[in-house]
Design a protein around this ligand. Structure first.
Ligand code: NAP
Length: 265
């Protein structure tokens, strides 16, 4: 299945974790893929692995999502190399404030988080729109979180993602019908991002999920490929939860698994 044959994707923040899994999935489904991250070596290795596995063209672009010049240079490089930019995935999301109470937050830290998690997403979308999507159409995907709409005791991070949610819906309204803009809201996905946040053993955390396990980057990547693909051509402004049922779970910690009689799909 190659719904992205002849399409070019830019996946921002893709040297590991969810961004990497999305870049790999899009390449498997036919796309040429440009990938960014701040650190050059792991990024080049990641792009090389995807190229080797899929045979698709990949491009590693070292870029800091908080730096305006880096964002501009990244989109220019994609256009110079591939001549088009059909799919944009903004996977950058930082949480250096961890779970500090709101009254103790350092304002410079919160400012950096908004610049990275929200401003970067807006600017990359503006750049992709100007460079290609305004004339030729395209599809944009933001990485949000279930913590945007519930109290997860990460006030700074949740505030940035709530802002990203608002932005996703307004962009979807304003860029239609040329460009669709959607988001994914994962719960706990097993990546390095979650290591400093997690205080309980994995089995304990997994027990609070109806599906009985934590998420893998590939769970998010498959949903990403769907929302970006023509199969979702009448879906825009949507945030799709990818959360193993966490948002609809009744119990929090001591849920038995597998629940008696519950099919494990
Ligand atoms: N993991 C979860 O449970 C979870 C849940 C909900 C939502 N999310 C969201 O999903 C997205 C991806 O998270 P993840 O878990 O995949 O993170 P991750 O595994 O920690 O991956 C981080 C990636 O982002 C890059 N990166 C970090 N800061 C950057 C910056 N300022 N500019 C450019 N690239 C940067 C990293 O490379 P360098 O360090 O080399 O830059 C790396 O490629 C984030 O938006 C996050 O908020 C994650």
């Amino acid at each position: 299945m190659t719904p992205f044959e002849d399409r070019t994707a830019l996946v921002v923040s893709a040297s590991r974790g969810i961004g990497y899994a999305i870049a790999a999935e899009l390449a498997r489904q036919g796309a040429s893929v440009a990938m960014t991250a701040r650190t050059e070596d792991p990024l080049r290795e990641a792009a090389g692995r995807i190229r080797e596995e899929t045979g698709r063209r990949t491009l590693a672009i070292t870029a800091h999502s908080r730096e305006e010049k880096d964002r501009q240079a990244a989109v220019e490089t994609v256009m110079d190399t591939f001549g088009r930019l059909d799919l944009l995935v903004y996977a950058t999301g930082i949480n250096p404030a961890l779970d500090l109470p709101a009254v103790d937050l350092d304002l410079d830290c919160v400012r950096r988080m908004f610049e990275t998690n929200v401003l970067g997403a807006l600017h990359f979308t503006q750049l992709a729109w100007e460079a290609w999507m305004k004339e030729n159409g395209g599809s944009v995907l933001m990485l949000n979180t279930v913590a945007a709409h519930a109290v997860f005791r990460m006030p700074a991070y949740s505030a940035t993602k709530a802002a990203l949610h608002r932005l996703t819906e307004d962009l979807a309204d304003q860029l239609a019908p040329r460009v669709r803009v959607n988001a994914l809201a994962p719960a706990f996905i097993r990546t390095s991002f979650m290591e400093p946040i997690t205080s309980v053993p994995e089995e304990t955390a997994a027990a609070s999920y109806p599906m009985g396990r934590l998420g893998e980057p590939e769970d998010v990547a498959r949903a990403a490929a769907f929302l970006l693909s023509p199969r979702a051509s009448w879906i825009t402004g949507t945030t799709l939860r990818v959360d193993g049922g966490k948002s609809v779970a009744t119990a929090t910690q001591d849920r038995p698994h597998p629940a008696p009689g519950r099919p494990v799909l």
